[in-house]
Design a protein around this ligand. Structure first.
Ligand code: SAM
Ligand code: SF4
Length: 451
């Protein structure tokens, strides 16, 4: 009798969101979640293929699971997500103790695969590209305050370095009706924040033709999501940021002032080779427009160093873009060749040690900028949505500003899930320290006490 499951998630928010969907599917089939991997009857690895390091971590975990399974031969090991999609049958050949391989578009098929495995005693594989169900309802969410809501699947952009379009298929937008229903029920359940997810949310609705565009969806959400205080979204492609989206961000009260806008590179030659569809100047103009229209907006980015053909001058252009734009946060990656992508077979691949040097240099530049940006808001008042305890120091709470900055402060557990005003009193490059401002109720209490 199978009872308990455990899921290990690798990669981006999209995967975390998919793991919540997988938990929901298993909970609907009467399985219970366990924190203890060794006790689980079903262990799922929800995998990422975006970089080689992500795949290596999964392989390391599969090595560990082999030993656990020797003691627990009935344990079912399933590999889901991007690696399952791209490796398929090869996973079973390489790791014969893997029992289930489940592709990115087929999550609802999990109970059927478990049944098939039990009946036939053979590994069960489903990596079909036809989506089982675009809505994938009933996730079991980790948080009861903030929720991820997938609004579209797949990507049509085919950046030359990226495996995502090959493992997650073409863009498929959910209907606005079904997204709105999900967000409305989250509001009723007491959630305070939603993050709308997709590989390129700005192209929401284009595949459906007659649907709302992304700005329209934000307007609808802002208006009809009683109880929800904050709306975020990720990720946006810089080539698809129309004026109405900037206006929506500027005018809609629930839409937070944070834009994750991956630049990837600062050299026009490299941007063209990456097939990004914009130039450095276009990107800088877009940032300027956003900053003019949305005062106080934070802009974060992704950057890749060591893309094939990147010379010292090209890298200097990226470093210069970072210095000029002054991102709040920059996620910097070494280019990692991915199977079957055009960039993997480009000549003039950059040696690993040069990629490493460039990565360190870019991280150093960005760290100084993030630190200076965070220091510049010391002394300001910020409203936080309190998400829980600081995982490293349970005597403190953690919350986020509207601009998505993490703030730790001392306060009581009753504040979790509430909007709280703090004054920023300290800064690091990844987080801030705050001090709670006295609320009207507390001030009234003091006056009463004095009387
Ligand atoms: N769709 C999003 C976008 O366009 O920005 C995110 C896609 S990807 C999951 C997240 C980031 O991983 C990308 O923005 C890019 O910087 C990085 N990435 C993707 N493929 C990569 C590769 N082959 N090597 C290194 N970094 C990569
Ligand atoms: Fe990958 Fe580019 Fe699509 Fe983002 S937009 S998922 S980087 S192909």
């Amino acid at each position: 009798m199978l009872e308990k499951f455990h899921i290990i998630t690798y990669g981006c928010q999209m995967n975390k969101c998919d793991s919540e969907v997988l938990s929901g599917i298993l909970a609907d089939s009467e399985y219970k979640y366990t924190d203890a991997l060794e006790d689980a009857d079903i262990v799922l690895l929800n995998t990422c293929s975006v970089r080689d390091t992500a795949e290596s971590k999964v392989m390391g975990m599969l090595g560990r699971l082999k030993y656990i399974k020797e003691k627990r031969p009935d344990m079912i090991i399933g590999v889901c997500g991007c690696m399952a999609q791209s490796w398929g049958q090869t996973l079973i050949e390489k790791y014969p103790y893997v029992n289930i391989v489940l592709g990115t578009s087929r999550l609802p098929e999990l109970p059927r695969l478990i049944k098939q495995l039990q009946e036939l005693g053979q590994p069960a594989i489903d990596t079909l590209e036809t989506p089982s169900d675009i809505d994938m309802p009933n996730p079991v969410r980790e948080s009861s305050i903030t929720a991820w809501v997938t609004i579209m699947h797949g990507c049509n952009n085919f950046c030359s370095y990226c495996i995502v379009p090959y493992v997650r298929g073409r863009e498929r937008s959910r209907s606005s009706y079904s997204i709105l229903n999900e967000v409305k029920s989250l509001g009723i359940l007491g959630y305070k924040e939603v993050t709308l997810l997709g590989q390129n949310v700005n192209s929401y609705g284009i595949d459906k033709g007659d649907e709302l565009d992304f700005a329209g969806l934000l307007e609808l959400m802002d208006r009809e999501s009683a109880g929800i205080e904050r709306i975020r979204f990720t990720t946006s492609h810089p080539k698809d940021v129309p004026p109405n989206l900037i206006d929506a961000m500027a005018s809609l009260p629930k839409v937070c002032e944070h834009f994750h806008l991956p630049a990837q590179a600062g050299s026009d030659k490299i941007l063209a080779r990456m097939n990004r569809g914009y130039t450095r100047q276009y990107y800088m103009d877009l940032v300027q427009k956003l900053r003019e229209k949305v005062p106080g907006i934070s802009i974060t980015t992704d950057l890749i160093v060591g893309f094939p053909g990147e010379t010292d001058e090209d890298f200097a252009d990226t470093a210069d873009l970072v210095q000029k734009v002054k991102f709040d946060v920059g996620f910097c990656f070494r280019y990692s060749p991915r199977r079957n992508t055009p960039a993997a077979s480009m000549e003039d691949q950059v040696p690993e040690e040069i990629k490493m040097q460039r990565l360190y240099e870019l991280l150093r530049i960005q760290d100084d900028i993030s630190m200076a940006k965070n220091e510049s808001i010391i002394g300001t008042d910020q409203t936080l949505l309190v998400e829980g305890f600081n995982p490293r120091d349970k005597s403190q709470l953690t919350g986020r500003t509207r601009t998505n900055k993490i703030v730790f402060f001392t306060g009581s557990a009753e504040l979790i899930g509430k909007l709280v005003n703090v004054t920023i009193i300290g800064a690091g490059n990844w987080s801030l320290r705050g001090e709670q401002q006295e609320s009207k109720e507390m001030l009234l209490g003091k006056v009463d006490g004095e009387i």
